[in-house]
Design a protein around this ligand. Structure first.
Ligand SMILES: [Mn+2]
Length: 322
């Protein structure tokens, strides 16, 4: 596991500078959005100039406190610090082309596959969400109010599936409890992140579940083509949760969800009960966590499915998981 521990150096950089750009991975999930807005609000409250530059934020996340910090513009230059959140590799960073334009760079994350691509890196692979790493950085250093706490809870709820995935630890619940101590409304945030679907998302779910098959008696797979996106009007950020749902269906030890993207790229979401799917994702240049990972693979959706199912089956068979 990669481990990067520049916590105090990062606090010094924050103390010594006034202008920050926060960014995260492409197609940001709830953790990416929550960490970005939570840290953005904390820096703003400390008198810093902050812009959050992330793309394609799902409508359900817009309007929460801190979303006014989201900007399409990237300020860069001699005095601006870039902070990358929840982003395991530079390749996945939304503003990767601008990475070298900043005074210095900071990488704060919880992916065990994080490559430590910044000048200062703080990666805690033990925690469930990037929001908890931000909380660790900010707690006791900058004041945390209800709005900051709600943004961070959004990410914790998102990455743990509402405290239901196996990444939910004692520390996760303690962090959530400490955030609730600020007066943060966890029920409101849970409704926003987990119990809140658009019509197009529901339709895409329907198509994906209709396409679902089981391979080798324990690998549930499904896909959506570009045509499916057009038919349903769904966007990629609408697809959170499909792979998790597929893992709940009859005997699955792994679920694999494939989506056709632009440029002949197939995005694969891996979810598992036990097997380390981040190792399989890494074979394709992807990464993530033991039970949840992703990769972008060039090729035809059906060929990519066959290939990935073969690799996953090897792991499940070798480890006698099924
Ligand atoms: Mn995350």
């Amino acid at each position: 596991m990669n481990s990067y521990k520049d916590l105090n150096k990062i606090r010094d950089v924050i103390n010594d500078n006034a202008s920050f750009v926060i960014s995260s991975h492409i197609n940001p999930d709830g953790d990416a959005v929550g960490a970005s807005l939570g840290l953005g609000l904390a820096l703003q409250a400390a008198g810093k100039d902050v812009k959050v530059v992330i793309n394609g934020v799902a409508a359900k996340f817009m309007g929460i406190a801190g979303s006014e910090l989201i900007s399409g513009e990237v300020d860069s230059g001699d005095d601006v610090i870039l902070i990358c959140l929840d982003c395991a590799t530079l390749e996945r960073l939304y503003i990767k082309e601008r990475f070298n334009d900043f005074k210095t760079t900071i990488n704060i994350d919880h992916h065990i596959t994080n490559t430590g691509y910044s000048a200062y890196n703080y990666v805690d692979g033990q925690v469930a969400s990037a929001c908890e790493v931000v909380f660790e950085l900010v707690g006791g250093f900058l004041p945390i109010d209800k709005n900051i706490a709600e943004a961070l809870l959004l990410g914790i709820l998102s990455d743990t599936g509402g405290f239901s995935h196996s990444n939910t630890k004692v520390a996760t619940l303690k962090n959530a409890a400490r955030l609730m101590d600020t007066g943060a409304d966890i029920t409101k945030m849970k409704k926003r992140v987990l119990n809140n679907r658009t019509m197009s998302e529901a339709k895409a779910f329907g198509l994906a579940l209709n396409n679902m098959k089981q391979e080798h008696g324990c690998i549930n797979i499904s896909y959506l083509t570009k045509d499916d996106f057009e038919t349903t009007g769904a966007v990629y950020s609408d697809l959170d949760g499909i792979a998790e749902y597929m893992l709940e269906v009859s005997g699955a030890m792994v679920s694999l969800f494939f989506t056709e993207r632009d440029g002949g790229i197939i995005k694969v979401n891996f979810r598992s009960m036990k097997a380390n799917v981040s190792e399989v994702a890494a074979l394709y240049g992807g990464g993530g966590h033991i039970n949840a990972a992703g990769a972008n693979i060039e090729g035809n959706v059906f060929e990519v499915m066959d290939n990935v199912v073969g690799k996953v089956w090897e792991v499940l068979r070798n480890e006698k998981i099924c």
